[in-house]
Structures are given as structure tokens and as C-alpha cells.
Design a protein around this ligand. Structure first.
Ligand SMILES: [Zn+2]
Length: 227
């Protein structure tokens, strides 16, 4: 699968009929990506970590950390890793013996639960580790986006509304499909931090206000581009 970075919505995707599957703008492999300086300017500088989330997408990583930057939201997928854990296992031979015996005489099935030999074995398991950024990483955001197709960016000015429904924030964008953000840990803190960010004057600047009330119908005009 050949993934390209869309220069309009800042998502990686496989072109569909020459267009970005997210925002439907032209996606051409022959068009060079923006210069790191220009991309870094679009992504802004790190403001804060909002929290660990799950997002609604299938082909690319859906678990990661959401960061607020001065110009939008940056999603950084968790890093896959392996670690050794002690896992309790039963004796396969003995388990099979008990299974066959319990088919003949059902009371043995209950006895087997108490007498089955168990052992603890070290096993290599796959884990995903959140990536923590510091203020020193502010100058590397463009690098993260260009090196990892799992990273995506949502410009602040492309967000029309952010409405909370129970444990999920539904982000309506001028460019791209509805984005659903669900906290993966520290749920209470995530909701609090995200609500504070949406209301923060320094984050909103001169941009039209983000609609957060589901009953409100005051839509912000659709923008033609979100650079
Ligand atoms: Zn796009």
C-alpha cells in the first residue's frame, strides 16, 4: 500500500482515483511534500498533552496520544514494543487427560478445576507504549508526521464543532470525515483537559469559535482550504 501525505488535511492515505480518501483533494505522488520549515509552521509548537485516545480508523494505528499545538491537534500513535511477562499456563498433557476423563464422567470436570497442574512461564507479548513529548520536541513535529504514516494533524481552523457524547468527542472538520476521539486512560482528566483547550483563548485566537453545544445550529462557513 503506497501511502501519501495529503497536503490539505495532513492525513496519510492511499490515493483513491488520485484523490485523498479523507478530504477528496488531489493526491499526486509527483507533487513534492512541503518543506520541513513550512510544515513545521503549519503544525505549530507543542502546547500540552491532552491524553491517550482511540480514534475511529481501521487501516492505520487507532491508539495513541493526542497533543495540543498552537495551531491544532496532533495524534501520535503508541509505539509497538515487546516485553516479557510471566503467564500462568496449565499442563497440556494433563489437561487433555482430564478433558477426556471428564467426558466420560462429568463430576471429574469440577475436580479438574482444583487439581490441574499449573505453571508460570515467561512469554514475550506485544505491547504499545505511549510516546511522551517534551517542549524540546516542538521543532520535530514535522519530522514525526513525515516519518510515521500513523501520525495525523487536525488544524484548529478546520474544526467546526467538537461535541461530547458520553465518553466520546465528535469532531466535525471542514476537511475530512467525522473524527471520534475516545479517551483510553485517565478519562475524567482527558475530558477536562479537552474542554479547557476548546475554550482557551490562546488556542482559538482569531478563529471562529468551535461549536460545542449539540443544540446549537450556528455553523461556521466551510473553508475551501486548511493550510
Ligand atoms: Zn486530505
Amino acid at each position: 500500500m503506497a501511502l501519501l501525505l495529503c497536503h490539505e488535511c495532513y492525513w496519510w492515505g492511499e490515493p483513491n482515483q488520485g484523490r485523498c480518501p479523507e478530504c477528496w483533494h488531489a493526491l499526486d505522488a509527483s507533487v513534492p511534500d512541503p518543506a520541513p520549515e513550512a510544515l513545521g509552521q503549519a503544525l505549530g509548537r507543542l502546547l500540552s498533552r491532552v491524553g491517550e485516545i482511540r480514534v475511529n480508523r481501521n487501516a492505520l494505528p487507532d491508539r495513541g496520544t493526542l497533543y495540543a499545538t498552537t495551531t491544532g491537534l496532533l495524534f501520535l500513535p503508541h509505539e509497538p514494543d515487546r516485553e516479557t511477562r510471566m503467564v500462568e499456563t496449565g499442563s497440556a498433557t494433563e489437561s487433555l487427560m482430564w478433558l477426556l476423563a471428564s467426558l466420560v464422567w462429568s463430576p471429574l470436570h469440577f475436580l479438574a478445576l482444583w487439581t490441574r497442574k499449573r505453571s508460570v512461564t515467561p512469554m514475550h507479548v506485544r505491547v504499545f507504549r505511549p510516546r511522551r513529548l517534551t517542549a524540546a520536541d516542538s521543532s520535530r513535529l514535522a519530522e514525526f508526521l513525515m516519518q510515521n504514516p500513523g501520525v495525523f494533524f487536525v488544524p484548529r481552523k478546520s474544526i467546526r464543532s467538537a461535541v461530547r457524547r458520553f465518553n466520546c468527542w465528535r469532531i466535525d472538520r471542514c476537511l475530512g470525515s467525522m473524527l471520534k476521539l475516545r479517551p483510553d486512560s485517565e478519562k475524567h482528566q482527558f475530558h477536562q483537559r479537552f474542554a479547557e483547550l476548546l475554550a482557551a483563548e490562546r488556542w482559538n485566537g482569531a478563529e471562529p469559535p468551535i461549536r460545542t453545544d449539540p443544540r446549537s445550529r450556528t455553523d461556521v462557513p466551510v473553508r475551501g482550504s486548511a493550510q
